[in-house]
Design a protein around this ligand. Structure first.
Ligand code: NAP
Length: 329
């Protein structure tokens, strides 16, 4: 197995550190030159709830672009093995550019690579399938939390369940079994999943209820659950997401919105009551959010199926407005 990791952000560094710990010598694609040099000279560090892990510079490889992933000779401990797994660890708004670059490099990537999308939201696999063979595309559901503490360091802050890797296109799971084993051996629980659509929708639901509202109201998740008016919005959003999901032919681990909400208020929300929405942090920092892959993706899917999704549409519009306000200063 030879694994490339596109994006040395919080998720990329964490998964790469696991692969390095398992002896897999991951190859990072890093577009920021200072980060690339730091990784090459100092390696990377992981801290947090799964303990300390240090990957020395010779335990990883670094290249500067996706085309370079194909072009550069792989001078490593095992030069004859081509890259056969590519983890996409960029934000969803970079997906189109990454998919196009991978499609352009594809004929030069000899290892019949499988691409594992580690991003949040819905619609990522469909987007990549417009550019790459769909049977090579896998999705990961990540409900572990990571924070980049330095350009070459990451902290694991919270862990809800093992990372799940599966295919939305019924592809064979055998090609990702070794990857899951290596990530788990390297320190973060990870397993193949035959129910990846259900897994991804569970995360989309949670994100649709909490992320935009937490960002707009500017409070931690727990406060959204305490206030009558925000509970009413979240309940309505849950009903809408369930309707769109079912209308588009998908299901999740709970049969109805009401059953989901019981579990949401009893278990899911209390476990992250103090957590602030990543969208709130993005807005505060003037960064683009991932709203298009969350509420925006639900609204888009609804439109494709001729269904209404006014709440998700409104939340997406409001967040896009807040992003623009930041841009204008
Ligand atoms: N962080 C978490 O706890 C967590 C948990 C679960 C899921 N996720 C999801 O995982 C995805 C990644 O999140 P993250 O927190 O790791 O984001 P992040 O820290 O912003 O990292 C993304 C990285 O991708 C890099 N990148 C973008 N386009 C690239 C390209 N063409 N070539 C090389 N590198 C490129 C960015 O580089 P620059 O620095 O140059 O912009 C950045 O370093 C998101 O969809 C997120 O929602 C995150």
């Amino acid at each position: 197995m030879r694994v490339a990791v596109i994006g040395a952000g919080a998720v990329g560094l964490a998964l790469g550190s696991c692969l390095a710990a398992a002896g897999e010598r991951p190859r990072f694609v890093v577009r920021d030159e200072a980060t690339a040099r730091l990784l090459e000279s100092k390696g990377l560090r992981r801290s947090g709830i799964f303990g300390e892990q240090r990957a020395e510079p010779d335990a990883i490889e670094v290249c500067r672009s996706i085309p370079a992933l194909a072009r550069d000779p792989i001078v490593s401990i095992d030069p004859i093995k081509p890259i056969n797994l590519i983890l996409v660890c960029t934000k969803t708004h970079d997906s189109k550019a990454v998919a196009e670059a991978l499609a352009a490099a594809w004929p030069e990537l000899p290892g019949e690579p499988r691409v594992v999308l580690c991003q949040n939201g819905w619609g990522n696999a469909e987007l990549f399938a417009r550019h790459l063979p769909r049977e090579r595309i896998y999705s990961a559901r990540v409900i572990t939390g990571f924070r980049r503490t330095a350009p070459n360091a990451v902290e694991v802050t919270v862990h809800a369940d093992a990372i799940h890797v599966g295919s939305l296109f019924d592809a064979d799971l055998a090609p990702v079994e070794e990857l899951c084993r290596a990530i788990a051996v390297g320190g973060i629980p990870c397993a193949p999943s035959r129910e990846i659509a259900k897994d991804l929708w569970a995360k989309v639901l949670y994100n649709c209820l909490l992320n935009p509202l937490g960002a707009l109201v500017g409070v931690p998740y727990g406060v959204l659950g305490e206030r009558e008016e925000t509970r009413a919005i979240m309940q309505a959003v849950a009903g809408e997401v369930f309707a769109v999901m079912a209308g588009a032919g998908f299901e999740t681990h709970w049969p109805t919105a009401d059953v989901y909400l019981e579990s949401f208020y009893a278990e899911l929300l209390p476990a992250t009551a103090l957590h602030e929405s990543s969208m709130l942090q993005d807005l505060r920092a003037g960064r683009r959010t991932e709203i298009d892959a969350i509420s925006g993706a639900v609204a888009q899917l609804a439109a494709q199926h001729g269904m209404p999704a006014p709440l998700n549409g409104a939340l997406a519009t409001l967040i896009r407005g807040a992003e623009t306000r930041k841009e204008r200063g």
